[in-house]
Design a binder for this molecule. Sequence first.
Ligand code: HPA
Length: 290
Amino acid sequence: MSYEKAKEAADFIRSKYEKEIKVALVLGSGLGAFGDEIENAVRIPYEEIPHFARSTVEGHAGRLILGEVADVSVAVQQGRFHYYEGYEMSQVIFPVRVFGSLGVKSLILTNAAGSVDTDFKQGTLMLIRDHLNLIGINPLRGKNDEHFGARFPDMTEVYSLDYQEIALSVARAMENEKLKAAEARTGIKQEKPRILRRGVYCGLSGPSYETPAEIRMLRLLGADAVGMSTVPEAIVARQMNINVLGISCITNLAAGISDETINHEEVMETGAKVAETFKELLKRIIPKLK
Ligand code: HPA
């Protein structure tokens, strides 16, 4: 059933954009601006795509953008469906099923997250090394359609190690360039900026942010960042043998780490502040994904 639905949606998308899509991206809260970087863009509101749900959260435009980044054909989800909005899990992950039907082999999942690791400050980009699924449900629950993949898919390497290497080497090059530019500008030796750190993302269902006690618990469990998305999409992509790259934008310190309270506006603002670095990073990574 969902296999046919995904095919229908994929056929519709193909009727709007004929090129073969190589990379799909999901833009997280506050990170939607990357959608403006797409060349020869075809924008399709989610309402028009068969079987897509509609996005309701502020800061999510709710459309699929097809076009090119650095000469690579991409499909960009500007706005995602969150479980906390009340969608069924099947609706949350449906776009990823559609990407699979389109033959996409690479998926970049991005999100806004709170830092559990006190070393990751606001504005840090975190490369997701692995995740903890504490959403309370697995997106593959229910009858399995073998068209998509195995009943019990392996999750040893949800986030492609090759892609992690690519992202880190791109980030290191950008760090060196930034350092050189800063030293040339000031004439003073500087500490190298860190553009991308690596860590474990924990997905919770939300929509309330965590309590300080929950954040202490997550730290004990090995989480570095916490958010309300990504994990279901990553699991489903892995089942379909799509290689996943995950990047979190640390928009705030998680609850109890500082005296500050957490609010959605701050999350959106931090996304806007790192937008330039984030765009540059993605533009350089995308043509390298195989
Ligand atoms: N917790 C959960 N989700 C989030 C946070 C947070 O602190 N920041 C952005 N998304």
